[in-house]
Design a protein around this ligand. Structure first.
Ligand SMILES: Nc1ncnc2c1ncn2[C@@H]1O[C@H](COP(=O)(O)OP(=O)(O)OP(=O)(O)O)[C@@H](O)[C@H]1O
Ligand SMILES: [Mg+2]
Length: 233
């Protein structure tokens, strides 16, 4: 037997009254109007800033190799549907260095740099550890679709590669993601704490070999910026 939904007008009226009372109690009366959207146009950079973690929302790249990469990618962009240059094939960067030297800052600075010069850009950013957690197979979640979305995204920031604990499954996942981006020459920003030999051990030879060919290596040095002592007067 199937249940039948009845629409008794008296009952609907009672529900509407109760809803109205709850909204009024919360200071959102039924007559409240939605806020007007801002009338000024929102730039791509402003939209992107909303997705960038607060700590890197004002990041500007000041590293010559990273700014050169931004210029190269911006110049190589094909015109998108609205006439603005879009991003297509291009080189990738592997930003390496010890903790706190500014790798993630440079990576977000590069994304912001591309948006600031008007490149239409669909981008994703994920740490390797979050990637593993996000794609872990579980019921009701299409992890294959998620992996394909990241693999095909025009620009991907893969942060902290090699830092997460690995297993056969994570190695295969990283291989498939990197291999796709390698084959299709999709611009990818990768950061890592690990020196090359250790990165090879952590990721396996197949991934390390592809990274060696597809990326230009940017080495950051210096003290941990998070621990910089403030000058005293
Ligand atoms: N060029 C820069 N100018 C100003 N602030 C910076 C710069 N580079 C890094 N910082 C700041 O220094 C701190 C550390 O930077 P970041 O998080 O990028 O380091 P990291 O190399 O990614 O570290 P980890 O290896 O631990 O992930 C952050 O607060 C960041 O905002
Ligand atoms: Mg970082």
């Amino acid at each position: 037997m199937t249940a039948t939904l009845t629409r008794d007008p008296h009952q609907v009226g009672r529900i509407a009254d109760r809803l109205g009372a709850i909204l009024t109690q919360r200071g959102i009366g039924p007559d409240a109007t939605a806020h007007e959207p801002p009338s000024e146009p929102v730039t791509a950079l402003e939209l992107a800033d909303a997705r960038i973690p607060a700590r890197y929302r004002r990041a500007l790249t000041d590293h010559p190799q990273v700014t050169a990469w931004v210029d190269e990618i911006a110049r190589a962009g094909r015109p998108g549907p609205a006439g603005a240059p879009g991003i297509s094939e291009g080189s990738s960067l592997l930003i390496a260095g010890p903790t706190g030297t500014g790798k993630t800052h440079q990576a977000y600075g590069a994304i912001r740099g591309l948006l600031a010069v008007g490149v239409r850009l669909r981008w994703e950013a994920v740490t390797a550890a979050d990637l593993h957690a996000r794609l872990r197979p579980r019921s009701g979640f299409d992890s294959e679709r998620e992996l394909q979305a990241l693999a095909k995204c025009p620009l991907l920031l893969l942060d902290d590669l090699g830092a997460a604990k690995t297993s056969e499954w994570t190695e295969e996942l990283t291989y498939r993601l990197i291999n796709h981006r390698y084959e299709h020459m999709r611009p990818t920003l990768i950061t890592t704490n690990l020196p090359t030999p250790e990165l090879r051990t952590a990721l396996g030879d197949r991934v390390a070999s592809r990274l060696a060919e597809m990326t230009e290596r940017v080495i950051l040095t210096g003290p941990d910026r998070r621990r910089r002592s403030t000058p005293t007067g």
